[in-house]
Design a protein around this ligand. Sequence first.
Ligand SMILES: [Fe+2]
Length: 401
Amino acid sequence: MNDLKLKRRSFLNIALTTSAVISLGGGRDLNAKEIEPNADTDHSFTTKPYLQNVSQDKITVRWITNKPCYSWVEYGLDEQLGNKAQASNLGLIEANNRVHGITLNGLKPGKRYYYKVFSKDFESYEPYKIKFGTTIGSEIYSFKTVSQQEKEVTLLIMNDIHDRPASIGHLIGLNGKNPYDFVVLNGDMFNYQTDEAQIVANLLNPCAETFSTEIPFIYLRGNHEVRGKFARQLPSYFENVNKAQYFTFTRGPVHFICLDTGEDKEDNHKEYSGFADFDSYREIQAVWLKKQLKSKAFKKAKYKVVVMHIPHYHSDKLHGTLHCRALFGTLFNQHKIDLMICGHTHKHGFYPAQKDHNFPMIIGGGPKEGERTLITLTANEKALTALVIDDKGKELYKFST
Ligand SMILES: [Fe+2]
């Protein structure tokens, strides 16, 4: 029912805002009339909350409701919660929107926080009089902020799911009970972008059922995410580092460089109807990359890992591959990179350092059964270790420094 309602809705209000923190003085909002989330009621959650962009002192909580509303997060160091955050932008508290993004600021490093999201809809929203409707609240979930002296980090990487939502739970499930800090979705999670209902059904819900209410994820686009009528709206549902599609960050002993490799064919290819502009976009990234490779954060990190969807070698000979090679290849070789992780080819592989690339490359497989992979990356003071397993849990490749 909700999906039909969503499809009929002709607009989206996207919350990309700063946030304000309000102390509740140790108590919850007792005036809020709360009901259990239920798809049969008028006002309901379209998704569970999903976590993005965690650091030592902040995290962003995102979720979608079926009706425009005012939303907030209550959070704290125990299940009593006690603090409230809402989004505020250009002097206005964010309201009358459906796609919510609220950043919890001023958190303590290395701590477990508990949180619960709330949304209150409107019976009417007049210029000088608002009548509030029903408040709905999620369950209480928890997350951990990044430690100040993070000695070890573990992440799980998936790629090329191609609209097969069951693969998300299946692949993450192969990790068993082993702890991990975050997940990277390395492109082509979809075949092409159709609408919000697709993002909810094929990505947000399966991620939430498996991990993302309590473990954050990073989303890197592949060449398929830039196709279809909803491709321009897709980034509005996610928040990466610096709210960017290409970015760097350090976790534990690893400095990560994430690139947005774009389409796989020439910009003027007939499939794109004149709407592709990826050459200039990749060129801008190459200029940016050059600076990143000279940065203090890059130089001082024990390990340097590049994550991007299209591998610039061991892939096809299409323009996207060759353009990435021409723009990024020499830069990667000039600086000491420890590992590159890609997807795209649908054929998993491990390629040790060689003449063309003086660092090892891992390519994750997919999307069909028997060809899917889960990549686990762990780094500590002793080693950087990447493990690639197939979708039955069998070890395919292991790389360790
Ligand atoms: Fe791809």
